[in-house]
Design a protein around this ligand. Structure first.
Ligand SMILES: Nc1ncnc2c1ncn2[C@@H]1O[C@H](COP(=O)(O)OP(=O)(O)OP(=O)(O)O)[C@@H](O)[C@H]1O
Ligand SMILES: [Mg+2]
Length: 504
């Protein structure tokens, strides 16, 4: 059978980096083909070549056996290449239906004019969603009011509103809850049955085994191998990706917690933070589990001074504090790694050196000038410690791969030498090698330097693997608390889910 799509000897360079070097790739109809590799390996670049965003420097793309050139995304779309990028691209102010048909809305004649047919848009959007087995979405609702899982379903419907033959998904599950992941897999299986070829990028290996037929691994822009999933194993894939084996994803050291660094008493804000009380001690990692929307990030933002509390007390080192801004929180020794690296964590037009030192500028600068050498040392240390893939500390952050941007955010906050570090989904979108490094660093900072860590995570193995204590939030409240010994997967999940299990 001729593959739908074939890439041969594809190379692509950006200033200072060869992102792809002689890469091969092929897709058959009805196949789920996983694309794996470390952060910066070239995955997003490869799919941007398939979707017409980048043109390869050398190499051939064949579409149903015929050499083809995609000059821009529209030409790729016209052939049936639909793409869901790493960063979602919906308009929050428009409705579900408007987003789905953005740019190719059905039109009707009004005298000599062609006008957008609003009724048709809503009906067609509903049909499309139904064909994906999505029956619980209001198509006239503004996308900005939807949760992440639903926004992604809209994104998929939008991608499929053209007649897709190849669907590309770049880390679709990075921001999803387990329930949403299951629904996504259901949609992928429907598409597969229809003969759509799916390219699936993920850093979660178990998903590859659950979903994919074949897997291709890239390393440092080079093609490593393509294998049927049934003929490979997780350790083999890891060593293909990183060139070595990783024995421990959760290198947790035994901790000996000291005095209480953070105490929160009866904290309230709206419906997302309700009577929240807990402590975090020096040297202790407290994991915070919960469904998306349970109020974990919102509570962290109240503590960090981003959103003011309605009532309640926050104590740092036993002293009552009144934190009104993130700047005040930093002065008190708090640091916060936000979950959304794109908008909250980085100034994307600045380079790594400038970003890495943002939180510590005060300590580095004497009088009014900034200590350039200090800044540079910070950045080069971070690049080494976290193996950030960049040609130098001067590289502008928005030219880094998604996972490498996340590493810059983390190193920025570690550099501020906080007493208390709040990490929100610290390893989302991070490759296995770097994930184990970040966990090791977190545990070392806690045990050796007495750092208090509050870690919000939707990945249960991470919560169970790294936490000394586990808090579970549900509907804005602390629903349960477990010691490391008590915290089993079953107990934590039960506490996350019980009572109202809501769709939205
Ligand atoms: N527009 C660009 N300009 C300059 N360099 C770029 C650009 N896009 C990507 N790169 C570089 O190309 C390399 C590959 O990046 P790519 O985004 O393809 O990685 P990735 O495999 O998708 O990683 P991740 O898992 O972190 O998303 C990286 O070194 C990145 O910095
Ligand atoms: Mg990427």
């Amino acid at each position: 059978m001729t593959p739908i799509l074939e890439l041969e000897n594809i190379s692509k360079s950006f200033p200072g980096v060869k992102a792809l070097d002689n890469v091969h790739f092929s897709m058959e109809a009805g196949e789920v083909h996983a694309l794996l590799g470390e952060n910066g390996a070239g995955k997003s670049t490869l799919i941007k070549i398939i979707s017409g965003v980048h043109k390869p420097d050398t190499g051939v793309i064949r579409w149903e056996g015929q050499p083809t050139v995609f000059n821009n995304p529209r030409e790729a779309q016209a052939r049936g290449v639909a793409t869901i990028y790493q960063e979602l691209s919906l308009y929050p102010e428009l409705t579900v239906a408007e987003n789905i048909f953005m740019g190719h809305a059905p039109k009707r004649s009004l005298g000599p004019l062609k006008v957008i047919d609003w009724n048709a848009i809503n009906t067609r959007a509903l049909e499309l969603l139904h064909s994906l087995n999505i029956h619980d979405m209001d198509v006239s609702r503004k996308v900005g009011t939807l949760n992440v899982g639903n926004r992604q379903r809209v994104e998929i419907a939008k991608a499929l509103s053209i007649n897709a033959r190849v669907l590309i998904m770049d880390e679709p599950t990075a921001a999803l809850t387990e329930a949403d992941v299951e629904r996504l897999f259901g949609i992928v299986r429907i598409l597969k049955q229809r003969g759509v070829a799916i390219i699936y990028i993920s850093h979660r290996l178990q998903e590859v085994f659950e979903l994919a037929d074949r897997v291709t691994v890239l390393r440092d822009g080079q093609y490593v191998n393509t294998k049927p999933v049934s003929e490979t194993t997780e350790p083999e894939l890891v060593s293909m990706m990183v060139g070595r084996t990783i024995d421990n994803l959760f290198p947790k050291l035994t901790s000996n917690p000291g005095k209480t660094v953070l105490e929160v008493r009866n904290l309230n804000r709206g419906s997302t933070t309700r009577n929240v009380s807990f402590t975090v001690r020096a040297g202790e990692i407290v994991g915070m589990a919960g469904l998306v929307g349970s109020g974990r990030s919102e509570t962290a933002q109240v503590i960090f001074g981003i959103a003011p509390a309605d009532s309640g007390e926050i104590l740092v080192d036993g002293q009552r504090v009144n934190i009104k801004s993130a700047g005040q929180a930093v002065k008190l020794g708090l640091a916060y790694v936000p979950e959304d690296r794109g908008t909250q964590g980085l100034i994307k037009q600045m380079n790594i050196r400038e970003n890495a030192s943002l939180a510590v500028l005060k300590a580095l600068s004497r009088a009014s000038f900034i200590n350039f050498n200090g800044e540079r040392k910070l950045a080069t240390d971070a690049i080494q410690q976290m193996s950030i893939r960049a040609y130098s500390a001067e590289q502008v952050v928005n030219k880094l791969s998604g996972g490498n941007q996340q590493k810059v955010v983390i190193s920025k906050w570690l550099a501020s030498k906080p007493k208390l570090l709040i990490m929100d989904e610290p390893t989302r979108g991070i490759d296995v090698g770097a994930k184990s490094e970040i966990h090791r660093l977190m545990s070392e900072l806690a045990v050796q330097q007495g750092l208090a860590v509050l870690m919000i995570s939707s990945e249960l193995p991470e919560v169970l693997g790294m936490s000394d204590r586990v808090l579970v939030m549900r509907e804005g409240r602390i629903a349960a608390e477990f010691t490391r010994e008590e915290a089993t997967q079953e107990r934590v999940v039960t506490a996350m889910m019980s009572e109202a299990v809501k769709v939205e």
